[in-house]
Design a protein around this ligand. Structure first.
Ligand SMILES: Cc1ncc(COP(=O)(O)O)c(C=O)c1O
Length: 385
């Protein structure tokens, strides 16, 4: 049987392709070091695991969870939000627990856009924005993230007829893959535009807690008028080393939260309660934990930057994320450079072009491997002919 056209049209998911390459090299006996995927190697903090074990003892928690999440989880998310961003959120109408933020990102266009509507998506970007837009029969409009603009979309260059047809705009700062952070002016201008043209901004803040050098990432919901036109995705994955647990939440505009919740009641049955209790533990008692991880990432980042400096490879200077966004050396494309690194050094990096055509000429290094492995990878990079 053939797949549906909507599936057949999809490009292979980026990391599925990288995984294939890793398997191939491993089968050849190569000790592959993967700096491809951003997936913390350190364990989830013990109190979060303990909260899960405790919750598992109660048979009530073995049953179907609520579609809208445990009220205690929504309250803990709203308290965390207030403490972190000084933004008040109504836990009953402005927060929706998600089975990881990816799940919410993938479903949001289904809840908001119709065929022919435009979804504004950055390029390069986390691939789910564009793919989810395509799956929901919307037309993605690419907003290039260029070095000369600090990897922010040039909002002035989007034609007004495109803005009039736009229903949704995805943005993501601190940004994956470029590592860029946004200025307050950028957020304010995006909000102004959303008010003028009547579209929703979906700000993906998955890396809000991974910052260095005194920089604190804002929430878009801090800015005036944001709640009328913005929602924000939050994820416990990178902040609390919980990628495998699948827990995050959507915050902001009450109508959009309601539309997504409505869609989701027809698709999934919520997050396993013990995982929500772990989420409560993380947001309530471990809000300082990300700072400890940031010290580790900062140290690893310096290890990488020292080697890139030595090799004369340029990179974007950023106070955030678990990545380094670097320019491929002359004579290579993103793909040929990434392939050379795998073939000749057994190092996996993400080719920038996999995140969109404006990612061409770049590669992304993830800092989520142990220091010794990163050091070894950097040695191999230095010795590359
Ligand atoms: C920009 C961005 N948004 C969202 C996600 C998904 O995170 P989660 O684990 O919450 O689904 C990722 C994961 O890599 C990401 O890079």
């Amino acid at each position: 049987m053939k797949p549906a056209k909507r599936i057949a049209q999809l490009p292979p998911y980026l990391f599925a392709r990288i995984d294939e390459l890793i398997e191939k090299k491993k089968a050849e006996g190569v000790d592959v070091i993967s700096l491809g995927i951003g997936d913390p190697v350190e364990p989830t903090p013990q109190p979060i695991i303990d909260a899960l074990n405790e919750a598992l003892k109660d048979p009530e928690n073995h049953r179907y969870p609520s579609y809208y999440g445990l009220r205690e989880f929504r309250i803990s998310a709203s308290l965390w939000f207030k403490k972190r961003f000084r933004v008040e959120l109504d836990p009953d109408n402005e927060i929706l627990p998600l089975i990881g933020s990816k799940e919410g990102i993938a479903h949001l266009p289904w809840a908001l856009v119709d065929e022919g509507d435009i979804v504004l998506v950055p390029d390069p970007a986390y691939p789910v924005y564009e793919i989810a837009s395509m799956l929901s029969s919307a037309t993605p409009y690419k907003m290039p993230l260029l070095k000369e603009n600090g990897f922010l979309p040039d909002l002035d260059s989007i034609p007004s007829d495109v803005l009039r047809r736009a229903k949704l705009m995805f943005i993501n700062y601190p940004n994956n893959p470029t590592t860029a952070v946004a200025t307050d002016e950028f957020f304010k201008k995006a909000i102004e535009l959303a008010h003028k043209y009547g579209f929703l901004i979906a700000h993906d803040n998955a890396y809000s807690e991974i910052t260095f050098n005194g920089y604190k990432a804002p929430s878009i919901l801090e800015f005036e008028g944001a709640k009328e036109v913005c929602v924000e995705f939050h994820s416990l994955s990178k902040s609390f080393n919980m990628t495998g647990w699948r827990i995050g939440f959507l915050a902001g505009n009450a109508n959009s939260v309601k539309y997504l919740a409505n869609l989701k009641t027809n698709i999934d049955s919520g997050i396993f309660n013990p995982i929500q209790y772990s989420g409560i533990k993380a947001l309530t008692d471990l809000s300082d934990f990300p700072e400890k991880m940031c010290l580790i990432y900062e140290r690893r980042k310096q290890m990488v930057l020292d080697v890139l400096n030595e090799l004369g490879i340029s990179y974007h200077i950023s106070p955030a994320t678990i990545y380094v966004w670097a320019e491929v050396p002359d004579g290579y494309t993103s793909d040929t450079w990434a392939m050379k690194l795998i073939d000749e050094a057994g190092i996996v990096v993400s080719p920038g072009s996999a995140y969109g055509k404006f990612g061409e000429g770049y590669f992304r290094i993830s800092l989520t491997v142990k220091d010794e492995r990163l050091k070894e990878a950097m040695e191999r990079l230095k010795n590359l002919k």
